[in-house]
Design a protein around this ligand. Structure first.
Ligand SMILES: O=C(O)[C@H](O)[C@@H](O)[C@H](O)[C@H](O)COP(=O)(O)O
Length: 232
């Protein structure tokens, strides 16, 4: 069952998603002593970080990783992590897991990160949850993280993208298998350009867009605006 929450503007959308995220993270901390959060890039993906920052979360108890990364040098402003740290500078002092940067081939970087995650969480094919909340944006083509339509990937924690239609072209991403091991997944999307893809992922059982391939083990919720919810 996919939940849909609709808002009149992006500010309200990310503010409410941040409040709901806080609740999930605090519940995880109360139950398991720590929470694991996956963040993402893009307009709303970065905007929600400023909202989360204002909530004063107990960062010492939250492990955060970016769900996908643009494969550019470490200090490059295109990196999702760079933009995340601009929105939420305090993350630099806590548990922020970083994707490898350039300096080796993108496939080697994906393999290294996959091995790191496998050592921590075990095999990718296990059904056990390993994240409490995954935040995702979505492109007009239905991509999420750096998983684009009509691409096939190896079964591993992290996959490499060599020719992303959205620049920069080389990227690293958590795989579908990895993203689907979260208790909750929040999608953040707004604007008419994304309506068709979002409505497909939300409402069509046979939708094959990347956004339709990801969901939470316990909760899948979309935060959208009226451009997207109209006609749903
Ligand atoms: O690295 C990235 O670009 C993102 O992780 C990507 O998946 C993003 O979330 C969507 O493309 C939506 O981005 P916009 O909100 O900017 O459209």
């Amino acid at each position: 069952m996919i939940e849909v929450n609709s808002f009149s503007n992006n500010q309200e959308l990310t503010a409410k998603a941040a409040q709901d995220a806080e609740q999930i993270l605090l519940e995880a901390i109360a139950e398991r002593g720590k929470a694991r959060l996956v963040i993402t890039g893009g307009t709303l993906g970065i905007q929600i970080l400023s909202d989360l920052r204002k909530l004063g979360l107990p960062l010492e108890k939250i492990e955060i990783m970016v769900g996908d990364e643009r494969f550019v040098p470490l200090d490059h402003a295109d990196r999702n992590e760079y933009q995340a740290l601009e929105a939420w500078p305090e993350l630099a002092n806590f548990n922020l897991r970083r994707f490898p940067a350039t300096g080796r081939p993108v496939d080697a970087a994906a393999d290294a990160m996959s091995r790191e995650l496998e050592a921590e969480f075990g095999g990718i094919e296990s059904p056990l949850p390993c994240f409490d909340l995954v935040l995702l944006g979505m492109g007009p083509d239905g991509h999420v993280a750096s998983l684009f339509p009509d691409k096939s990937h190896a079964v591993s924690w992290v996959v490499a993208e060599h020719a992303s239609p959205k620049p920069p072209s080389q990227r690293l991403s958590l795989s579908y298998g990895a993203l689907n091991r979260s208790r909750a997944v929040f999608f953040l999307a707004s604007g008419e350009a994304k309506r068709e893809a979002a409505q497909c992922a939300i409402a069509k059982a046979d939708c094959d867009l990347p956004a339709a391939m990801v969901g939470g083990l316990e909760l899948t919720r979309w935060y959208v605006d009226s451009e997207i919810s109209r006609g749903l």
